[in-house]
Design a protein around this ligand. Structure first.
Ligand code: UDX
Length: 437
């Protein structure tokens, strides 16, 4: 089977590499020629554990190809996936211009039947818009008899665990409206079915809806727990105990109940906003999700508030070490990271920032410019610091040498945005600990 994947961002590149790993002949297409040249040589534009090896192995095996020229490959393909970005526009609606440009490009170059699959996260109804656009353009080229199908196949992979999520997903959701599309998608995902997980076929609108609903539900759980954590602090309860107490109810489940300094990344914030907009487009107010967003935006300020309150708002010219900049561990992705909100507030309050991240230092420079000191490691970051603040729970932060830290710091506050430390243990080393909840 031959397929093309258009867009070599997170979703496109991981999907392409993983399909190739399962024996499919995959061509990844992108308009960014530098990126394509790099990928041909095994240079991966993102930090994602395990991805580089798969890309190199499958490129060498001649199953994974990279090109900027869609027109020259499209008519060899049975399936083409659209996996380009759908960023928020200024109102929070998903911007479909990249998706639609790709659809135009497909329509203007195809001469054989094709299955066009949307993998990008798109507002409900987009696959039908693509269908209409392609039909109109084919008709205007005099190709009324050329048949094609559309399908929706949202992607649920997590950054930092993308390869594993793709290779062994909990489920694969496919929205179809024709037998031909169902047959092709069944064939494509058969190697994964052997590994014993489910492909769930449904109609296209339900499939598009599923992706937003899944992300919105997870974001809701996190904001709910952040609210519970904040209330725990006020009443004197321990949110970790409450989390264990409720998570062991199988109806609730344990995952995505960790309170923290807010969710970030390329999906939750953008998709929650876009889902609210889908509601508006149909005259429905997604009240709960609006609250989820408010809670999250508020939570992103919590690290700064805790630091500032500890010093009775007298923080001008203090120095803060920030460990962890990416929106979560095992990625260099800085999009909507809580660290950005924290550092912005610190700089506005004339606090000196010494930051360190195991993977995101280069990305961080694009977001933070030169207003901060980029430390070489965790110990360099704390030199002369009055407080240590942790927005991201990288593993290498879990067991630091507290005595060494103590010697380097000028004051001893630790604000733990992901609850990775133990209050009593830190107190025994002479630190004041402040976690979430
Ligand atoms: C998410 C979805 O999990 C994935 O299915 C979808 O395809 C894309 O969006 P991702 O953005 O890569 O994936 O990260 P994820 O691991 O889900 O974390 C999102 C954010 O939530 C992070 O900022 C993380 O720190 C935060 N989070 C997660 C919490 O604050 N508490 C939790 O319990 C879990």
């Amino acid at each position: 089977m031959k397929i093309a994947i258009i867009g070599t961002g997170y979703v496109g590149l991981v999907s392409g590499a993983c399909f190739a790993e399962m024996g499919v002949d995959v061509t990844c297409v992108d308009i960014d020629s530098k990126k394509i040249e790099d990928l041909k040589q095994g240079i991966i534009p993102i930090y994602e554990p395990g991805l580089k090896n798969i890309v190199i192995r499958n490129t060498e095996a001649n199953r994974l190809h990279f090109t900027t020229d869609l027109a020259s490959v499209i008519n060899d393909m049975e399936i083409v996936f659209i996996a380009v970005g759908t960023p928020s526009d200024e109102k929070g609606t998903a911007d479909l211009s990249y998706v639609m440009t790709v659809a135009e490009n497909i329509a203007d170059n195809m001469t054989k039947p094709l299955l066009i699959v949307t993998k990008s996260t798109v507002p409900v109804g987009t696959s039908f818009r693509i269908k209409e656009l392609v039909r109109n353009r084919l008709d205007s080229r005099g190709m009324q008899n050329l048949k094609f199908d559309v399908a929706s196949n949202p992607e649920f992979l997590k950054e930092g665990a993308a390869v594993n999520d793709f290779m062994s997903p909990d489920r694969v959701v496919v929205g179809v409206e024709s037998e031909r599309a169902e047959e092709l998608m069944t064939r494509l995902y058969r190697p994964f079915v052997i590994n014993n997980f489910r492909v769930i076929f449904m109609d296209i609108l339900s499939s598009e809806m599923t992706k937003y609903a899944a992300n919105a539900m997870l974001a809701t759980r996190i904001s709910f727990m952040n609210d519970v954590a904040n209330l725990c602090e006020l009443v004197g309860a321990d949110v970790n105990m409450v989390r264990r107490g409720i998570g062991s109810d199988t109806r609730i489940g344990r995952s995505f109940l960790y309170p923290g300094c807010g969710y970030g990344g390329s999906c939750f914030p953008k998709d929650v906003r876009a889902f609210i907009k889908v509601g508006e487009a149909f005259g429905y107010e997604m009240k709960l999700l609006k609250a989820v967003e408010v809670v999250n935006n508020n939570q992103k300020n919590i690290l700064f508030r805790k630091f500032s309150q500890y010093f009775n708002e007298d923080i001008k010219n203090k120095t803060v070490a920030v460990w962890g900049l990416s929106f979560k561990p095992e990625t260099d992705d800085m999009r909507e990271a809580p660290s950005l909100t924290l550092i912005d507030s610190l700089l506005k309050a004339s606090v000196t920032v010494r930051a360190y991240d195991p993977a995101a230092m280069n990305e961080a420079r694009k977001y933070l410019n030169n207003g901060i000191y980029y430390a070489t490691d965790i110990y360099d970051a704390v030199q002369g610091a009055h407080a240590l603040i942790i927005p991201t729970e990288w593993k290498e932060f879990r067991l630091p040498d507290w005595n060494r830290l103590k010697k380097s710091m000028d004051d001893y506050l630790v604000v733990d945005g992901r609850n990775i430390y133990n209050k009593e243990e830190l107190a025994s080393h002479g630190f004041t600990y402040s976690g979430i909840g």
